[in-house]
Design a protein around this ligand. Structure first.
Ligand SMILES: *[C@@H]1O[C@H](CO)[C@@H](O)[C@H](O)[C@H]1NC(C)=O
Length: 132
């Protein structure tokens, strides 16, 4: 009887101890939003890029004064696990807060055809000094 109660208690403890780390595996600094693509050119950050560059625009709601310009983000397509880095070069007027607008090549490198137009992504900012 005693050992059963103890085992139950231990199990509860193990469950409680593992439940928290599992939750924190979903990174708190991750955003989830829609990815779309756009025709590149000279972006709000002031650089001229082309459709082959791994660049993107962040939402006008978070672009601010362009303090994130040139910072890299890591983007994951949860549908296939593909992950890529992209560099912030522009501001997206039509984007919701967590949406990102990608160069066509970056969009495709996440394993989606341009004809899809839009898909869900998880992403987070890399450190300001990071470059892939
Ligand atoms: C796109 O820009 C990159 C530099 O970022 C350059 O190496 C490449 O040749 C350019 N491609 C085209 C098609 O202009």
């Amino acid at each position: 009887m005693y050992s059963t109660a103890l085992a139950f208690c231990v199990l509860q403890f193990v469950f409680a101890a593992t439940a928290l780390p599992l939750k924190s595996l979903i990174k708190r600094d991750d955003f989830q939003g829609d990815a779309t693509y756009y025709e590149t050119g000279t972006g709000a950050c002031g650089y001229t890029d082309n459709d082959s560059d791994p660049i993107l625009a962040i939402s006008h709601l978070v672009y601010g004064d362009g303090g994130r310009c040139n910072q890299w983000i890591q983007i994951t397509n949860p549908a296939n696990g593909k992950s890529q880095y992209g560099q912030i070069r522009d501001e997206c007027e039509g984007c919701g807060q967590n949406d990102i607008d990608l160069s066509p090549s970056l969009f495709q490198s996440l394993g989606e055809d341009l004809s899809v137009g839009r898909f869900t992504v998880d992403w987070h900012y890399m450190g300001k000094d990071f470059s892939p």
